[in-house]
Design a protein around this ligand. Structure first.
Ligand code: IPD
Ligand code: CA
Ligand code: CA
Length: 276
């Protein structure tokens, strides 16, 4: 069994395409079974089947690795003896998925024995785009390297997500500040895809006050490798907890941080960033 990170990246890219095709095959079924986990919180057969496929492929190819998936059997503990822990959201943006909207994705990240995220792959099956990054190797979209110019907070749209079952005030505070600066917001309904868009330079930043590791980690690696800035999910929290996530183009990072205010207390800030 290989532990070469480049092989893991290629494996994750191919797996994300296969998983996206499987999810797509469910999307147009008239009798798709949709189960509610809470208000505006759905799980479908597509989420479960896609996660099952991802788990099986990883277990076969990397049997010593750990897997944590949103719909699955992981217990949120990072097993430090494993070389890698795969952190997977089979469909991020299930509300969009069940509503017939195009913005949902497959998100796959790897963290190493120290809990450090080093690989992130996000696949948009509808747009047929694979955003991929391995630490130290830059970011690619469908295999092409990209570079992202510096942008200020009013040079484009800022992604803002609002978590279900969480207080409204952190989101409202951020939006109030953004609008008073003359900025504009965009909610894709998929935090992971919005993070990929920040990495690609399509959004100048992204904020959501409460996310889980499977929403955040792949995007965090993409953003770091594109030269952007992001909070550090595994440093600020853990696989078992939810945390605020802020990510930005370098030209907008400080302004974005200021808008989020107290909710980010204790999180790694642009000022403390050591580039690791
Ligand atoms: C959700 C999406 C959404 C975000 C929620 C997440 P899910 O993930 O990323 O954009 O606002 O906080 O839970 O449930 O579609 O995998
Ligand atoms: Ca999610
Ligand atoms: Ca999900």
């Amino acid at each position: 069994m290989s532990i070469d990170p480049v092989e893991r990246q290629l494996f994750a890219e191919e797996l994300s395409v296969e998983a996206g095709l499987l999810a797509l095959s469910y999307r147009d079924q008239d009798d798709l079974e949709v189960r509610s986990k809470g208000v505006l919180d759905w799980v479908t057969e597509a989420d479960l089947a896609t996660e099952r496929l991802i788990r099986n492929r990883i277990a076969t190819t990397f049997p010593d690795d750990q897997i944590l998936g949103e719909e699955g059997l992981g217990d949120g503990q990072h097993i430090r003896s494993a070389y890698s822990t795969w952190v997977v959201d089979p469909i991020d943006g299930t509300t969009c998925f069940v509503s017939g909207l195009p913005s949902w994705c497959v998100s796959i990240a790897c963290i190493d024995v120290r809990g450090h995220p080093y690989l992130g792959v996000i696949r948009d099956p509808v747009g047929k785009e694979t955003f991929s990054a391995l630490q130290g190797h830059g970011i690619t979209i469908n295999g092409h390297n990209i570079s992202v110019p510096s942008k200020g907070i009013t040079d484009g749209l800022v992604g803002v997500g609002h978590p279900r079952n969480a207080p409204n005030q952190p989101t409202l505070t951020f939006l109030q500040g953004l609008l008073s600066l003359g900025g504009l917001f965009y909610n894709s309904g998929s935090a992971a895809l919005a993070l990929a868009y920040v990495a690609a330079g399509r959004l100048v930043g992204f904020y959501e006050s409460d996310l889980r590791a499977w929403d955040a980690l792949a995007g965090e690696v993409l953003i770091r490798e594109s030269g952007g800035w992001s909070t550090r999910f595994m440093r600020d929290g853990s696989l078992a907890t939810s945390k605020p996530v802020l990510a930005a183009n370098r030209g907008s990072a400080s302004a974005m941080w200021d808008l989020a205010g107290d909710v980010l207390e204790g999180c790694s800030s642009p000022a403390q960033d050591d580039g690791q």
